[in-house]
Design a protein around this ligand. Sequence first.
Ligand SMILES: NC(=O)c1ccc[n+]([C@@H]2O[C@H](COP(=O)([O-])OP(=O)(O)OC[C@H]3O[C@@H](n4cnc5c(N)ncnc54)[C@H](O)[C@@H]3O)[C@@H](O)[C@H]2O)c1
Length: 197
Amino acid sequence: MSDKPVIGVVGVGYVGLTTGACLSHLGYTVVCGDVDEEKINRLRKGEISIVEKGLTEIVNEGITAGRLEFVVGATEVGERSDIVFLCVPTPEDRDGSADLSFIEAASAEIGPVLCEGAIVVNKSTVPVGTTIVVDEVIQRADIKVVSNPEFLREGTAVNDFLHPDRVVVGADDRGAAEKVAELYSSIETEIIITDAS
Ligand SMILES: NC(=O)c1ccc[n+]([C@@H]2O[C@H](COP(=O)([O-])OP(=O)(O)OC[C@H]3O[C@@H](n4cnc5c(N)ncnc54)[C@H](O)[C@@H]3O)[C@@H](O)[C@H]2O)c1
């Protein structure tokens, strides 16, 4: 991994677009992928369908600077990134538990193509222990899975991402957790590193 990792984002909704645009604003090169081709085509032109204060500006800033790119699907994100954030939906199942099928599908797509030693980050809202689910789908000893839950609120997403009360990063691999925590080092906040369970 070079000094500044290339960031990947899978799922460019509220959380993914905010994460990608904000990390690009912090100086990282970010590749964002989504299965919704129409959404990607609009985003490439800087057109955003959600209303979030400041988001249009930082998306366009990233595109103009060549640090923020949008691609269709997750494969290219996996191929090009050192740290990949999974920001796909986790709707409630009929029994009230989180439906992890989007997480599993995205993990299955990127698993075979991830760069050697890449880190996969769960940013979706998932139950404790979901790093194991991702790990079992990817089945690669060189890939570490980290949990970094997002607490942003719709409407104030950019501000919540750039000025959070705290950032929580959990992983069984301390080195991988520290690499993810490092992404937030220019933000003034408390960073809590824990194990994944
Ligand atoms: N919206 C919020 O306020 C908020 C806040 C905190 C956490 N979360 C959590 O973050 C996660 C994402 O939420 P969101 O609101 O951003 O969802 P969203 O529905 O706005 O966006 C999810 C995106 O993922 C894409 N997607 C689905 N499967 C994909 C795949 N295999 N490959 C590529 N793209 C794929 C969808 O097309 C969609 O654009 C959920 O777990 C949610 O609970 C949401």
